[in-house]
Design a protein around this ligand. Structure first.
Ligand code: BEZ
Length: 251
């Protein structure tokens, strides 16, 4: 799924996406590696990879986010391509991906895994994290109820698999899975309007074709329902669940 991004707002108000992703860098073994940052967005973690001494380059489908990445880090190489179709002119020691794979439909995941496999050298590592089973379940359930109360259907726009499902796809794609975790990570959102802003930024396709008035009514209704569960001490906390994994291409 390719959506249009407000790169400035994304970088300013949703910096927690890359901040949390930085601990995933520790899952890459080795030094001075050729690393592809798959779905690099505005390039913050591509830069962090380079600062750790890796020969890092970024790939993303979004022209808006790549423009921001190139402006911030002109010394790094960024390529525009779709994660399920990309080809590279060299092979990598590691493919790294943070908070990206849930944007890709279940049916296209084998294709993505095959492209990552082809992009890696033998022994290369695929280190990634994305939304796992149950990710943002309260938010999506509240949105579903708000849609249905208005005789609309809420179509879940993300893929949040269980560990067994995704590691099986990796194994079917030829990978050896070395580590996999599914963990809760309640995530503090920015500002009094943090949950509504988060929904406006990330949950786009279910609202396509609705008037702005109806869309706002649904968002406010979901937020009101979620207040008791997700709003504490004047902050919103989204109910994130991460699937974190490391798989290796056999020699
Ligand atoms: C995530 O990082 O888990 C995520 C972010 C936005 C929308 C869906 C999932």
């Amino acid at each position: 799924m390719n959506i249009e991004w407000d790169a400035e707002k994304y970088t300013r108000d949703f910096s927690f996406v890359s901040q949390y992703g930085s601990s995933l860098l520790d899952w890459i073994d080795g030094e001075n590696l050729a690393v592809l940052d798959l779905g690099c967005g505005s390039g913050v973690l591509t830069k962090a990879l380079a600062e750790r001494g890796h020969d890092a380059e970024g790939l993303d489908a979004s022209a808006e986010l790549l423009q921001a990445a190139r402006a911030s880090y002109p010394e790094l190489r960024f390529t525009q391509a779709d994660a399920v179709r990309f080809q590279t002119n060299r092979t990598f020691d590691a493919v790294f991906s943070n908070a990206v794979l849930h944007w890709i439909e279940r049916e296209k995941q084998p294709q993505l895994i095959a492209h990552v496999f082809d992009a890696l050298k033998p022994g290369g590592q695929f280190v990634f994290e994305f939304g796992g089973y149950g990710n943002n379940a309260r938010i999506h359930d509240a949105l579903r109820r708000a849609f249905e109360a208005r005789n609309r259907t809420y179509v879940m726009p993300f893929y949040f698999p269980k560990i067994g499902e995704y590691t099986s796809l990796l194994e079917q794609g030829g990978f050896l899975v070395r580590s996999a975790l599914l963990l809760d990570r309640p995530t503090k959102l920015t500002g009094e309007d943090g949950l509504c802003d988060w929904i406006r930024m990330f949950v786009k396709t279910p609202f396509e074709g609705l008037s702005q008035t109806l869309a706002e009514e649904i968002i406010q209704s979901a937020a009101a329902e979620l207040n008791a569960a997700l709003y504490h001490d004047r902050n919103w906390y989204a109910d994130y669940v991460r699937l974190r994994c490391k798989a290796v291409k056999p020699f």
